[in-house]
Design a protein around this ligand. Structure first.
Ligand code: ADP
Ligand code: MG
Length: 260
């Protein structure tokens, strides 16, 4: 089911000679519950795309629909509510509040939204994240991996429809990085959340259902990941949507996206 629809998205930063076209007419649709990886070189527009979808960076042109709702179609208040309730954003650096403990950091967005904390969900999440024993610790009493798990907990607490992760493993060693990806995938499966993850790590991208490659603000490749491309023991099977898709040695089935 088509859940997220990005239509002719453009983003231009700056004016005159300093203009940068960060997104150049990007169109794509993402199904509910899908795990999509976005890859591309530095400066290609990955973060800009993610921030536009998250409702934090107003596009210069084009539209984004989530579950049929034009996310920039309403007023600022509606956009703020969209951001708080529909999306969970995870960055490379976790942006935890240093004076708040684990539980307080995770529940902060709910409290700011003046809603009641669902204790059962909180406990579920602490369990999933392996943070039960750390509930009252401050960020500086936690390892980098644990801090990133708190950031994931904060993004998941709202049960957002879409999880957006911008190089969430970038500041972690590879073991902790893979733990974080495992957690994101578990929550993607357990809560049926749509997951969009920006990464430069091919082994992480290959765990996704689909890989979208961005270059110079455009989608240049878009393909499903075949089972062969996934790590052993993963247990998930993804079937290529496109019959004419070609195979390459990594198991990544790709098709060239027509340029304008
Ligand atoms: P990526 O995440 O793929 O590395 P970004 O989306 O951050 O790339 O950036 C895409 C392009 O837009 C780059 O050329 C970058 O310099 C430019 N850019 C990003 N944010 C801004 C900004 N706030 N002001 C001006 N230029 C920006
Ligand atoms: Mg970036």
């Amino acid at each position: 089911m088509e859940f997220l629809k990005v239509e002719n998205l453009c983003k231009i930063y700056g004016k005159g000679d300093n203009q940068v076209k960060a997104l150049d007419n990007v169109s794509l649709t993402i199904d509910k519950g899908d795990f999509t990886a976005i890859i591309g070189t530095s400066g290609s527009g990955k973060s800009t795309l993610l921030h536009a979808i998250a409702g934090v960076d107003v596009p210069t042109g084009g539209k984004i629909y989530l579950d049929g709702q034009d996310i920039y179609g309403g007023n600022n208040e509606q956009l703020a509510i969209f951001r708080r309730r529909q999306v969970g954003l995870i960055y490379q650096f976790h942006n935890l509040i240093p004076t708040l403990n684990v539980v307080e950091n995770i529940t902060l967005p709910i409290l700011m939204d003046r809603r009641k904390v669902n204790k059962e969900r909180l406990n579920d999440l602490l369990e999933l994240l392996g943070l039960q024993e750390r509930r009252h610790h401050l960020p500086n009493q936690l390892s980098g991996g644990q801090q990133q798990r708190v950031a994931i907990g904060r993004a998941l607490m709202n049960a957002p429809a879409v999880m957006l992760a911008d190089e969430p493993t970038g500041s972690l060693d590879s073991r902790n990085g893979h733990e974080i990806i495992k957690l994101l995938k578990e929550s993607n499966q357990k809560y049926g959340q749509t997951l969009i993850l920006v990464t430069h790590d091919e082994s992480i991208a290959l765990q996704a259902d689909r890989i979208i490659t961005i270059a110079d603000g455009r989608v240049v490749r878009d393909g499903r990941v075949s089972q062969a491309g996934k790590t052993a023991g993963n247990g998930r099977i993804s079937i290529s949507r496109s019959d004419e898709a070609g195979h390459d040695s990594t198991g990544f089935e790709e098709r060239q996206v027509a340029q304008r």
